[in-house]
Design a protein around this ligand. Structure first.
Ligand code: ADP
Ligand code: MG
Length: 339
């Protein structure tokens, strides 16, 4: 008798879920990205115990049509991609149709949503991937997800979670990146009943940076705005004397998607050679706008890595953008803010 089993649906789900949902911060990232894709202008995130027992994401986006609720939880079901060609130029943060299926299979999930074009909303409960309740609900336009008891049915995953404090910090990091990449969204973040972040949502990057990193940091920034080879680099970089011993505060966004961007990191180091001490790294918040088909975001389920069709223009644009900004460092923000 052969030794190969085709895994049953439930076991296959749990394995697949592991790729997208590693810890509470991955759930928050997926849910908030869905809210952004839904056109929300205000998003509230609340977590308790590092997110392990409780996470809530509410938005004022387009909501989910009643008939789309069950399909939204099927793996590879998405409203964002239809055909192969769509994959060449992805403009939304999501496109894999995996997040809801994954989160639902490893938690107690509650969804309350109302689509703008419908009269009445829905409350939907799903536990470990099994539907428990589907009922009409009076609620405002938009969507709320509440996730309780993450990994309650996957002890192996649960064991790998760090302390509530460490998990909470990872969530806070994700929230910071989202606040910085989407200044047009009013983001409120509540952690263990404390209001820890609120952005204005006025569309100004500087006010988002101020909310995330504070006044002292913001004052010392130098504006960056440079276009080369189809790459438009905008944002801010810290002055060389404020460089830090690690890259934790180097933030790169490609078309407003947070990514790990080695080409941009290398370009900054190269541009700062001679002005920044070896082993120190200037902080930055840089958005690289480029054509959607110049970059492949479909490299990994978490979408943190991207592949460029051509890396050179990215390096060159960032290099010259930073060089130019540093030469004009008298333009730094404090000159505009006053003291
Ligand atoms: P993806 O984001 O890759 O499409 P998801 O599993 O994250 O896959 O979501 C599945 C679908 O559910 C989305 O394509 C979208 O249509 C719908 N959806 C999820 N979250 C929201 C939300 N906050 N507002 C409106 N629609 C949503
Ligand atoms: Mg998604």
């Amino acid at each position: 008798m052969g030794k190969i089993n085709v895994l049953d649906k439930h076991v296959a789900e749990l394995i697949a879920a592991g790729e997208v949902v590693e810890r509470p911060s991955s759930v928050i990232k997926e849910l908030v990205e869905n809210s952004i894709d839904a056109g929300a202008t205000a998003i509230t995130v609340e977590i308790k115990n590092g997110g392990v027992t409780f996470m809530r994401v509410s938005d004022n986006g387009c909501g989910i049509l009643k008939e789309d609720i069950r399909p939204a939880f099927i793996r590879h079901a998405t409203s964002k991609v239809k055909e192969e060609d769509d994959l060449d130029a992805i403009a939304t943060l999501g496109f894999r149709g995996e997040a809801l299926a994954s989160v639902a299979s490893v938690s107690h999930l509650e969804l309350i949503t109302k689509a703008r074009e419908e009269e009445i909303g829905t409350r939907y409960l799903i536990e470990g991937g099994e539907e428990v309740l589907f009922e009409d609900a009076g609620c405002p336009d938009g969507t709320t997800f509440i996730i309780r008891d993450l990994f309650y049915n996957v002890p192996a995953r649960m064991k790998f979670l760090k302390t509530d404090m460490a998990e909470g910090n990872a969530v806070s990091n994700v929230i910071d990146k989202i606040a910085l990449s989407h200044p047009e969204i009013a983001l409120t973040y509540i952690k263990d009943s404390k209001n820890v972040l609120r952005t204005a949502g006025d569309g100004k990057l500087l006010s988002a940076i101020y909310a995330v990193y504070g006044r002292d940091f913001t004052r010392k920034l130098i504006p960056v705005d440079y276009t080369l080879g189809g790459v438009h680099v905008t944002g801010f970089i810290s002055s060389p004397e404020n460089a830090r011993p690690n890259r934790n505060m180097q933030n790169f966004f490609i078309n407003h998607r947070f990514v790990i961007c080695k080409a941009a990191m290398a370009a900054i180091s190269e541009a700062c050679k001679g002005t920044v001490m070896v082993g120190k790294f200037p902080s930055c918040v840089l958005n690289l706008d480029m054509s959607f088909n110049a970059v492949d975001v479909n490299v990994h389920p978490t979408k943190l890595e991207v592949r460029f069709v051509n890396e050179r223009p990215v390096f060159d644009a960032v290099y010259h953008a930073v060089k130019t900004a540093l030469m004009n460092s008298e333009k730094r923000v404090e000159a505009h803010l006053g003291n």
